[in-house]
Design a protein around this ligand. Structure first.
Ligand SMILES: NC(=O)c1ccc[n+]([C@@H]2O[C@H](COP(=O)([O-])OP(=O)(O)OC[C@H]3O[C@@H](n4cnc5c(N)ncnc54)[C@H](O)[C@@H]3O)[C@@H](O)[C@H]2O)c1
Length: 372
């Protein structure tokens, strides 16, 4: 198969879908890799790094889409890329369709095969292709919070961990999965007083155990959340129901009850946001004020560390990519491979139940879709 790697065109996005160190394995598995010229520069990779690994360079964005059987990228296609989609093309990237009806419509209309990293699911329920970016987004959320608290960022002027004689900041995490736990770890390391809310008691037990009690885990109810949010300096919201729109765990009332210049980081914004009324922001303009609260709702946080993110993402995606290129989508579905749960659109159908539910769209099971 021909694997195409285009430049990312989303605002501020400098990651790349496949790093040069993985190209060699894909080529050795019998496939051809083409990369858009200069696509890797923002992540620290030159065209020569790709050609040395066995890839070909094509001059234009459209060349990648025209020539490739599988397009490997990072973020969902942007409106200017919709006209490049076509029947039978396999698009392998983050899609977040529950929050992106226009992208869904484009994939359906063009009969593009959409495999979404975020819903590829192993038998144990884990989300292996979401994990690496969640890990990074979580760590960055704590770094971003530390910066937004600073006076030179018009913050409350408080140091996350304080110093002896002053209070440490109260750092609340809602949703203690990969993002939430990583944010909690970094914030704890910087000395903040960290509390994680989740509805999964096993997860809370794990977090308290592994952090030796330095991170407190609390069962998430609206009442408990309201109380803690009213005293919080920073809130990181990172709840997820795979494939579905994020539940609105932070209400307008809770937001109104928060302190002046407190910070709300809605990492779940890529799934539509978990804070009532939240609006997506960009890396170029990451914050806005909602009453007393500084809102941060960037949909591609890991794009801030394009090199680490690109390498980490490809570390996980390339093995699945080789499998996909070896056997094709139909076999993936028939054998019930974890990639089959990543299949979001096929031949004009929505093939993931949570995505179909979120968009009020007819759901066609993958096994039926490949037979259609
Ligand atoms: N904005 C970005 O750049 C960016 C980057 C990476 C990930 N994300 C997003 O961050 C979100 C979290 O990802 P993750 O990998 O940490 O997911 P995860 O599945 O590892 O964790 C989600 C956690 O939320 C908990 N949860 C679900 N519903 C809840 C509720 N009502 N109240 C409290 N807890 C609840 C779950 O029990 C789970 O522990 C996803 O939406 C993901 O797409 C965004």
């Amino acid at each position: 198969m021909i694997i195409g790697v285009p430049r990312e065109v989303k605002s501020g996005e400098q990651r790349i879908g496949l790093t040069p160190d993985k190209v060699d394995s894909v080529v050795k598995a019998g496939h051809k890799v083409i990369v858009e010229s200069s696509a890797g520069l923002g992540a620290g990779f030159k065209d020569e790094d790709y050609t040395a690994a066995g890839a070909g360079i094509v001059p234009n964005h459209a060349d990648v889409y025209e020539q490739a059987d599988i397009v490997v990228k990072v973020k969902e296609p942007q409106p200017e890329e919709f006209e490049l989609l076509r029947e039978g093309l396999i698009l392998y990237c983050y899609l977040h369709l529950a929050a992106e009806p226009a992208v869904t419509e484009a994939l359906i209309k063009t009969k593009t095969i959409g495999i979404a990293y975020e819903t590829v699911q192993e038998k144990d329920g884990s989300l292996p292709l979401l994990y690496p970016m969640s890990e990074i987004a979580g760590k960055l959320a704590a770094q971003v919070a530390a910066r937004l608290l600073q006076s030179d960022y018009d913050g409350s002027g408080r140091l996350l961990g304080g110093v002896p004689g002053t209070e440490a900041c109260r750092f609340i995490v809602v949703g203690g999965g990969t993002v939430g736990f990583n944010a909690a770890l970094i914030a704890t390391g910087l000395g903040a007083r960290v509390t994680v809310f989740d509805r999964n008691l096993e997860r809370l037990r794990y977090i308290e155990h592994i952090s030796r009690g330095s991170i407190k885990g609390l069962f998430s109810t609206p009442g408990a959340l309201s109380q803690f949010l009213a005293r919080a300096d920073v809130v990181v919201s990172s709840v997820l129901i795979p494939g579905a729109k994020a539940p609105k765990v932070v209400t307008r009332e809770m937001l109104a009850g928060m302190k002046e210049k407190s910070i709300m980081i809605d990492v779940a914004i890529d799934q539509g946001g978990s804070v009532e009324g939240v609006k997506p922001t960009t890396l170029a303009k990451p914050t806005y004020r909602d009453g007393k609260v500084t809102m941060y709702a960037v949909t591609n946080i890991p794009g801030m560390v394009a090199n680490t993110s690109s390498v980490s993402l490809s570390n996980t995606t390339y093995n699945y990519l080789i499998k996909l290129a070896q056997v094709g989508v139909d076999s993936i579905v028939r054998e019930g491979h974890p990639l089959a749960l990543g299949l979001n659109t096929y031949n004009g159908h929505v093939t993931h139940p949570a995505v179909a539910g979120a968009l009020n769209h007819e759901y066609v099971p993958p096994i039926k879709a490949i037979a259609s």
